[in-house]
Design a protein around this ligand. Sequence first.
Ligand SMILES: C=C(O[C@@H]1CC(C(=O)O)=C[C@@H](OP(=O)(O)O)[C@H]1O)C(=O)O
Length: 366
Amino acid sequence: MSFNTFGRVFRFTTWGESHGPALGATVDGCPPGIELDEAFIQQFLDRRKPGTSRFTTQRKEPDQVRILSGVFEGRTTGTPIQLMIENTDQRSKDYGDIAQAYRPGHADIAYQLKYGIRDYRGGGRSSARETAARVAAGGVAQAVLRDLLPDLQIIGYMVQMGTLHLDRSRFDAGQIGQNPFFLPDAAAVPEWESYLDGIRKAQNSVGAAIEVLVRHCPPGLGAPIYAKLDTDLAAAMMSINAVKGVEIGEGMGAAALTGTENADEIRMGNDGPRFLSNHAGGILGGISTGQDIVVRFSVKPTSSILTPRQTINSKGDEIDLITKGRHDPCVGIRAVPIAEAMAACVILDHLMLDRAQTGGNRGEIG
Ligand SMILES: C=C(O[C@@H]1CC(C(=O)O)=C[C@@H](OP(=O)(O)O)[C@H]1O)C(=O)O
């Protein structure tokens, strides 16, 4: 049993709080001989870090990663990799009111009911700041995948923010890194900007949905029943702060389909099976088929808002609470690079599990 560790073979443990001196991840099980340096990991952290636009928290953190162990002369050694990111812009006085009160919709009250003690500064361990640590771990996974599966692509993007939906007919992956929403549609950006400006100025926040596409994943990753690839992808996404729902492929939409509509028909291609559709989201029986893997999840609206909300304090008094501080009006935006990191960790973990069990040998057709 472990409370802060993720993965089976490629494993990471995150540690730290939002207003402590630092946070980080200890990565265990990384193969030796992989080219790795801080700059490689930093590119992923830079996509997630706060304060990069008016649509995220205004807390300014460089999120500069340091590798303290497990890398020698630019290559992994197979020993634990300790990654550390210092906190530099804490403003704990914003949290004076939260010390004795529980934000509605926030983990404050659940932590209190469970532990009877909590680091309320910046939400402590429940802060989405923890995700910096796992994005760093995901950077290590990405370095290994670059070596072992060079064709693999992990692409995250927003598909919904409040009432706005991505128009899939306009999908352009090249646009994702070009706007503050990780949106694959440049033309929609002004509408998304004015919508979120309105939410922010109304002292409110809004939810979002994110999709992650894993392209060129080999078939055969995952195992039936208790080691399904989709189980682990779902758990990975659900472990991200504020995530409330996860779907694979058609997801909840499959409930409305008939068998003829849902089953992805199969033809013989030049080098293996060719599927005529992808309702399954690239996974059948918990095992990847070689099709694109499609994972989607919803993120609740940020619970820390300036609009007064009814709650109670630690004495049990009923009060109205305004949450000060520097909060994301849509915490779902920065969930995009976080989800990519989690997907990288799961795919690598399953690649290593598969090699352990099958040696990477595949069943043959034809
Ligand atoms: C700092 C980050 O996001 C933080 C996530 C967060 C929360 O409650 O989740 C609250 C804010 O932190 P604080 O109030 O401690 O300044 C955000 O800025 C980050 O993601 O790096």
